[in-house]
Ligand binder design. Structure first.
Ligand SMILES: Cc1cc2nc3c(=O)[nH]c(=O)nc-3n(C[C@H](O)[C@H](O)[C@H](O)COP(=O)(O)OP(=O)(O)OC[C@H]3O[C@@H](n4cnc5c(N)ncnc54)[C@H](O)[C@@H]3O)c2cc1C
Length: 377
């Protein structure tokens, strides 16, 4: 036996699972195909939005609260600044479907928020060129997470707690045996009591057929712009935002690097057959739609894409993650399928995976993430 727990994939969620597991056991090992936080994974692209206000499943809220607290713990434990609190704006038509659904979830969760009229928006955040019926919902707890720093901090904290890391070690196979779980990489093999599969857009390669059928790897793009007046788009003046108008939607973050403002089309993930070869160039249609949207929404940005990139993420059929054993009683636990929204909750998901894979209780109400929901008896 080589140890109590192996985590396969040290990206967004695997790094957090390893950190959390290293607090509970002195016998945890992480395997990463490349280097942790490498730029071709879903860690790529500098920042991810964190927000407490969203539309959809209220069962997600306890994970979000836990994640918020754990981001603060990771910062305190490592001395790294990871979450830049900028506040966040959700912008849409007053009484339109986007804000109606968002406010319903926000009120059900009891989340702090402020409704900003069109006039208040014009006064406080004139960077946004609003349509006549637009309003915004302000989230005081939102911000931008520095992805590379988050993952490297979690890995460092795990190592400080005694975890072992194998970089440049892609795992080819996982087999449950009478003794535990056998994993292989080329000629090498190890046996662990339990394994967490957290290999993001690559996870299908290690999954049972019923989960392969319920998932798809998609390519998501990011685009950045330079502001005409840099100060207007600094973290102190420009909250993260998410804006939806019928078929036009965009989200973004202030210039956390002091130069480039993230402003990216939302909900445009496209299936990608090979996570190792995600096309990084934007299509002409993506460029045109991005520039049109930025020109309308944010006239203070120079409408030229100065930087763009694309990364893989694993989507499930229902858009909720996969957290739980492959099968009832299995020692292989899957933590993937974060469907374009997993980073904000990486600490919370990582903690749930670590606790449950080590046989400990977490929170109630997790049926919506269980892999079993995709079993067709
Ligand atoms: C462009 C883009 C924008 C996004 N914006 C947001 C946002 O604003 N807010 C938000 O909350 N979420 C956002 N998301 C979603 C979020 O980033 C992802 O859901 C999350 O990062 C996925 O994490 P993961 O750990 O599953 O995958 P990854 O972070 O990709 O990690 C998987 C890791 O596993 C490794 N690996 C793969 N196969 C193997 C193997 N066989 N052996 C060993 N290692 C292996 C990979 O090399 C990689 O390091 C966005 C995603 C993208 C792509």
């Amino acid at each position: 036996m080589d140890g109590k727990l192996a985590v396969i994939g040290l990206g967004s969620i695997g790094s957090m699972a390893l950190w959390q597991a290293s607090r509970l056991s002195d016998s945890v090992t992480g395997f990463e195909a490349h280097a942790p936080a490498h730029g071709r994974s879903a860690v790529g692209g500098d920042t991810r939005l964190f927000r407490m206000i969203y539309r959809g499943n209220p069962d997600l809220y306890p994970i979000l609260e836990r994640s918020r607290d754990l981001w603060a713990e990771l910062e305190a434990e490592t001395g790294q600044s990871i979450l830049t609190r900028t506040g966040g704006l959700s912008i849409g038509t007053k009484d339109g479907p986007y804000l109606t659904a968002l406010l319903e979830t926000t009120r059900a969760n009891g989340t702090d928020h402020e409704i900003l009229s069109r006039e208040e928006m014009a006064h406080r955040y004139p960077q946004h060129n609003l349509r006549p019926d637009d309003i915004a919902v302000y989230d005081p707890n939102a911000g931008a997470l520095r992805t590379d720093r988050a993952v490297t901090a979690a890995i460092a904290a795990a190592e400080a707690n005694g975890a072992t890391i194998h970089s440049n070690t892609p795992i080819d196979s996982i087999t449950e045996t009478a003794d535990g779980v056998l994993i292989t990489s080329g000629e090498k093999s190890w046996t662990f009591e339990n394994v967490i599969v957290a290999s993001g857009g690559w996870s299908q390669r290690l999954m049972p057929d019923y989960l392969k059928a319920a998932t798809q790897t998609k390519r998501l793009i990011l685009t950045w712009f330079v502001a005409k007046n840099a100060a207007e788009f600094s973290p102190g003046n420009f909250p993260t935002f998410s804006r939806v108008h019928e078929n036009r939607s965009m989200y973004g973050a202030p210039a956390v690097d002091g130069v480039t403002v993230k402003a990216t089309l939302d909900g445009r993930g496209r299936p990608t057959p090979d996570p190792d070869a995600v096309p990084r160039e934007l299509t002409p249609e993506e460029i045109t739609e991005t520039i049109e949207t930025v020109t309308e929404f944010l006239p203070g940005l120079i409408p030229n894409i100065v930087r763009s990139d694309a990364f893989p993420d694993l989507y499930t059929k229902d858009g909720s993650p996969l957290l739980g054993p492959f099968h009832e009683g299995s020692r292989i636990y899957v933590a993937t399928g974060f469907s374009g929204g997993g980073f904000k909750n990486a600490t919370g998901y990582g903690q749930i995976a670590a606790l449950e894979a080590l046989g400990k209780q977490t929170i109630e109400g997790l049926d919506f993430v269980r892999p079993e929901r995709f079993k067709t008896s």
